[in-house]
Design a protein around this ligand. Sequence first.
Ligand code: CP
Length: 326
Amino acid sequence: MQTYLRGRDLIGDLDFSKDEVETVLDVAFDLKRRRALNELHPLLRDKVLAMLFFFSSTRTRGSFEAGMAQLGGHAAFIESRTTQIAHGDTPKEIGEIFGRYFDGIAIRHVDWGIGNKYLNEVAKHSRVPVLNMQCDIYHPFQILADLMTIVEKKGRDLRRKKMVVSWAYAASYQKPISVPQSLILQMPRFGLDLVLAHPPEFRLMPEIMDQAQSEARRAGVGFEIVDDMDAAFKDADVIYAKSWGALVHTADEKQGAEIIAKYKSWITDERRMKLAKPDAIYMHPLPADRNIEVADGVIDGPQSVVYDEAENRLHVQKAVMALTLS
Ligand code: CP
């Protein structure tokens, strides 16, 4: 068991080894149990986390803020537009200065081609851990929560279980590609056979695909790419279907929206869920476009685990904060 994570950043999913992720899961389950028993666990008394947001959030903000309070510390909510970032504060200033005020710096910056570089630049200049609350490439805390949820529902031995990571239609906006990318990086290490399904224009970053395929080879699990949602769902144990933008294909918003509009049939509905195993679970990180991306009957149905999944954000984030913040 690898327990020494003090001072570490978590920006990309593979920043923590498999053993270190196992430690995060163990601590997260313990913290979940302690919260259920109303047992105090002030592991970060008087510590303060900066939460710097360049993009909106419901779950990420709520769970980091509640998590720090439950650990005996405090989280400062900082929206980029209310700072002097627009007037000259660079990532160097944020890393240097926030690193001296705070015990950790959590950042959400999903702008395509910008977010991940920004986080890494802050980390270069910070003396405290930098935690990725979602960038343009990765969403590591979402995927830790997803993994915890899958373990809760399917057990710790996930070998020979089929997980589908599928694109789904949504009209609201070109969503980041960080969730599917983080899923395909993290899940093979835990034994799941992956099927990635998307229309051709929704391919993921080539370097992430290469890394994910190499993780799958190392773990001896399946990794298949298909462009047919029905074929992907067949006999699956875990369905994870969400929308993402055609950002690798085109960064142009209008062109992206036109491409998305071609694939309105990519919805997770009751008929499709029947193609999966009868005990398959339905997952989504939320927010979802209801009755566009997923039918109410599925997201509110007996196979849906979306609220447990959202809850587990709290427990895994507390685990990582307790392990990394000094
Ligand atoms: N899943 C997720 O990251 O939710 P928010 O965008 O609401 O934080």
